[in-house]
Design a protein around this ligand. Structure first.
Ligand SMILES: [Zn+2]
Length: 154
């Protein structure tokens, strides 16, 4: 039986892989953008707004910082203790238009040697993990390569 694809956090990103985006919210009073989304009140201390609209965030950003996880995190992180630990790469990405930094894992196969502060990255759909019934989807950041060649998207 095929696994059901489910977002690891509902409402944080689109399910449309054609125009895959993180979803934040924007205050209609002051224009502040929030991610993770804020749906109740504006967190700008100088604003009393409470009307927030959902907005797709920029697909491209620049690397603000990065590191890799070489140790298995404790629960509730999901991993199989019987399998060999494979390091993953975390990237903090600055979105210029939204004036914010968003964390995420780098796409599979991307290590710290492939990243540099200031380098352009793009948002791509990713898989966090799979269990018997579900494929848990998330977002990944992938370096934008300027080299010519066939471009494929997941
Ligand atoms: Zn506001």
């Amino acid at each position: 039986m095929p696994r059901i694809r489910k977002p690891v956090v509902p409402g944080w990103f689109t399910q449309d892989t054609g125009d895959f985006r993180l979803l934040g919210t924007r205050c209609r009073s002051c224009g502040s953008v929030f991610f993770p989304r804020e749906d109740v009140f504006c967190r700008n201390p100088g604003c009393a707004g409470d009307d927030l609209e959902e907005v797709p965030l920029s697909r491209h950003g620049t690397v603000w910082s990065y590191t890799d996880g070489r140790y298995r995190p404790p629960a509730p992180y999901v991993s199989d203790p019987d399998t060999e630990w494979r390091p993953y790469t975390l990237v903090a990405v600055e979105l210029v238009a939204e004036r914010m930094v968003v964390l995420g894992q780098a796409a599979p196969g991307v290590g710290v040697a492939d990243l540099a502060v200031g380098a352009e990255v793009e948002l791509v759909p990713g898989i966090l993990n799979e269990d018997a019934e579900h494929t848990w989807t998330t977002w990944h950041w992938r370096p934008v390569t300027t080299a010519p060649g066939p471009e494929t998207t997941a």
